[in-house]
Design a binder for this molecule. Structure first.
Ligand SMILES: *[C@@H]1O[C@H](CO)[C@@H](O)[C@H](O)[C@H]1NC(C)=O
Ligand SMILES: *[C@@H]1O[C@H](CO)[C@@H](O)[C@H](O)[C@H]1NC(C)=O
Length: 375
């Protein structure tokens, strides 16, 4: 079996969650099994859609710069939110008004939604595999006292570089070295429960999110387009399962998985056990159980990363690296093209699977109407 070296693997995971073999029972009516197993928590609620519509509209305003010069709405009068004022206290690094509004939307949405569903509200009440996933995705920096929950395909390699520089393991972020995703990194799972509790309570906690479909497409293009080990392991399996006439074929390269085939595979996978590159961000970072102080966006990476570095008190000369030259961005057009190759029926099942990533982080659902796809 080929070893999988995913670009942002969690410690000790390369053989387990990262490269979890497709579940054996999948052949037997997998989808219905999953439906029964899925918690109602993942089903879209009326509230979810209200939130999407609301935040989608706001995001549109933000995109168009229409909120410049407007003030953030006053917080609800509730004791928990009195720290609201401190955000604009002089000591706080400047973060532009749009980013601030986005944070506010995310905070409010998370508060409203996490209260609604019977989701895991504490690290200690969630199932043990879920907790393991979470703790293996939170990186710790002791010197600057922060926790970073990394999400694969959301600039996590560059954040790991930054963490290594901050802990003194790397001279600077531009060092031309193949990134080692385990060495010199400290994971929350390395600590005892008491130490974990203490850090969750007192350290600055942040994560970065990305438009869910762009993240999936990025994973698809990278893993199936470029990484041999993934083609062998996942690609071959996907082709056997979903391509007519391939079920019993002896040798399948798995290097030509189509995006619709990948989507069909995702629909049959359990979000709590998926490979981390396509596991919903919600399951990786558990924003209902961990109160993140800052949720940055991949779409505004430069500004948001600079804010975090300033906020944790990193030395001035530590800057977030620019995109590597080989990086292939997912453009709006590319995303549109790929999404429109997926049959409507599959898309209608796929979006609910990632609904918490859309709604909690304020991403509007993509327009995948036949009308739109005709253009
Ligand atoms: C969002 O919530 C976090 C955690 O409670 C808090 O630290 C942060 O200041 C809040 N941000 C905004 C913009 O309200
Ligand atoms: C989707 O796109 C089509 C065609 O451009 C447009 O008519 C429709 O109003 C859009 N729907 C939404 C929900 O934006």
């Amino acid at each position: 079996m080929p070893t999988l070296k995913p670009e942002c693997a969690a410690r000790g995971q390369s053989g387990t969650a990262t490269a979890a073999p497709p579940r054996a029972n999948l052949a037997a009516s997998p989808r219905s099994t999953h439906r029964r197993r899925r918690r109602s928590a993942l089903l879209p609620s009326v509230l979810t859609f209200a939130v999407i519509v609301a935040s989608g509209g706001l995001l549109l305003l933000i995109e168009k710069g229409m909120l410049n010069g407007m003030h953030t709405p006053a917080p609800l009068a509730n004791a928990k939110q009195t720290d609201h004022q401190h955000r604009v206290a002089p000591r706080d690094p400047a973060v532009d008004v749009e980013s601030q509004i986005l944070q506010d939307i995310r905070n409010r949405t998370i508060r409203a939604m996490c209260g609604q569903q019977n989701s895991d509200h504490s690290v200690w009440s969630m199932s043990s595999p879920q907790r393991k996933t979470l703790l293996q995705h939170i990186l710790v920096n002791e010197k600057y006292r922060f926790l970073y929950c990394y999400v694969p395909k959301v600039a996590c390699s560059n954040w790991k570089r930054v963490l290594k520089v901050l802990s003194g393991a790397l001279a600077d972020v531009h060092v031309h070295l193949k990134m080692d995703h385990h060495a010199d990194l400290l994971f929350l799972s390395d600590f005892t429960p008491d130490e974990i509790r203490h850090r969750l309570r007192t350290y600055f906690k942040f994560m970065f999110v990305r438009e869910p479909m762009a993240r999936l497409l990025s994973a698809y293009r990278n893993k199936f387009g470029e990484i041999k080990a993934y083609q062998h392991k996942y690609g071959a399996e996907i082709v056997r399962r979903y391509r007519k006439g391939y079920a019993k074929k002896g040798k399948v390269a798995g290097d030509d998985v189509t995006f619709p085939e990948f989507v069909r595979y995702l629909l049959d996978e359990d979000p709590e056990r998926m490979n981390e590159h396509w596991m919903p961000i919600y399951n990786l970072c558990q924003p209902c159980a961990v109160q993140y102080n800052f949720i940055g966006s991949y779409e505004r990476l430069e500004g948001d990363a600079a804010y975090v570095l300033e906020r944790v008190g990193a030395p001035q000369d530590v800057r977030f690296p620019e995109r590597q030259a080989w990086y292939k961005p997912v453009t709006k057009e590319t995303l549109h093209y790929y999404l429109c190759t997926v049959p409507q029926k599959l898309l209608r099942e796929l979006l609910p699977k990632y609904i918490l990533d859309f709604s909690l982080f304020g991403y509007p659902l993509p327009n995948v109407t036949t009308d739109y796809c005709r253009h």
